[in-house]
Design a protein around this ligand. Structure first.
Ligand SMILES: Nc1nc2c(c(=O)[nH]1)N[C@@H](CN(C=O)c1ccc(C(=O)N[C@@H](CCC(=O)O)C(=O)O)cc1)CN2
Ligand SMILES: [Mg+2]
Length: 315
């Protein structure tokens, strides 16, 4: 093993003792969508218009919003959009028949089945039925395996978006994250696990915390980079954060806000992350807000993956 060396002067050494810099995911997503739009135009000029099929089963209101946003951005980028809304009582067999049809369609380069699916449908069976070349969510085992081995893969959109935000935040080091200690909180297949793989591929030292971890706050306080993806509102407070650390908040939790705390004086719901923004903002060096942080990057990375898939299928 090489003699350990201290990481190069990092963002946090220069940035602490002040309010954290806000990492603007909305602006970063617009930059990426602009690149994707140019790539789509180039491919279209060669006779291939990338096509994305989005499948939504049931009427979960949040999923409905995400799907609507995906369809809107798809069209804005110049891609073809194929929308499939199925009733909640759709059977697994019916859904698999649709997936097979989309796999066979030459106009469809990317397929996305919005999660969560209704409880009677086995999610894994549906995700494994998608042609890995069209799996723009990067959830198929073939793509997960390729990601782990560092081979060309369609990588999951939310972790990819987080990596882009991190590289942008560390521009002073040329986007180099080598040697930094990254703590990922959460181990879901969609975010936590692929996030850890991507950070490892970027030469970070990675610690993964989860519901059974002990001394989580102490471990987290050693991190240069914290990625919170647990789905528990405001769980990570200032005591978990080393001064100057870069904090990426993947959580999207809708909580009730009582009338007395609401700016309008009426009870309403409010979107918060897994990170207690109000306390962490004065300790961290940089932080993503919720909304306007990771969320918009998820959709931009989905369209980037669709462009990549279309390029590969037409090569
Ligand atoms: N098949 C998939 N299902 C789900 C995924 C996924 O990547 N693929 N991720 C999430 C939901 N999701 C995309 O599908 C998603 C969630 C949130 C956002 C977003 O832009 N959030 C905004 C706030 C939006 C709001 O007001 O509710 C933000 O954070 O600024 C985009 C995509 C689960 N399912
Ligand atoms: Mg299920």
């Amino acid at each position: 093993m090489n003699t350990p060396t201290a990481p190069a002067a990092t963002f946090q050494e220069t940035a602490h003792q002040q309010t954290a810099r806000l990492i603007d995911g909305k602006a970063a997503s617009i930059r990426l969508l602009t690149e994707v739009t140019a790539g789509v135009a180039t491919l279209a000029a060669q006779g291939v218009t990338p096509g994305l099929a989005v499948v939504l089963v049931g009427d979960d209101p949040a999923s409905g919003v995400y799907v609507r946003n995906k369809l809107k951005r798809t069209v804005e980028c110049g891609m073809q959009s194929f929308e499939h809304r199925l009733p909640v009582q759709t059977t697994e067999a019916e859904l698999l028949t649709l997936v097979a049809m989309l796999n066979a369609s030459a106009e469809v380069h990317g397929i996305l089945v919005q999660l969560p699916l209704p409880a009677h449908i086995e999610e894994a069976a549906v995700l494994e039925a998608i042609d890995p070349a069209k799996d723009v969510d990067g959830f198929h085992r073939m793509n997960v395996g390729a990601l782990v081995q560092g081979a060309d893969a369609l990588a999951p959109c939310t972790p990819t978006g987080c990596m882009r935000l991190l590289r942008d935040t560390f521009t002073e080091q040329g986007g180099d994250l080598s040697g930094l200690h990254a703590v990922v909180i959460g181990r879901s297949n969609i975010v936590g696990k692929p996030m850890a793989i991507l950070l490892l591929a970027a030469n970070c030292t990675v610690t993964q915390l989860h519901s059974r971890s002990q001394n989580s706050a102490d471990l987290c306080r050693q991190a240069d980079i914290v990625v919170a993806a647990v789905g528990r509102p405001n769980m990570i407070n200032a005591e978990w954060i080393k001064p100057g650390a870069v904090v990426i908040d993947v959580g999207i939790n809708r909580i009730e806000q009582p009338a007395e705390d609401s700016p309008t004086g009426k009870a309403r719901t409010r979107l918060v992350g897994d990170v207690d923004f109000d306390t962490v903002v004065s300790v961290a060096g940089a932080i993503t807000p919720v909304p306007g942080g990771v969320g918009p990057m998820t959709i931009a990375c989905l369209l980037a993956n669709t462009l990549t898939a279309a390029r590969r299928q037409s090569a």
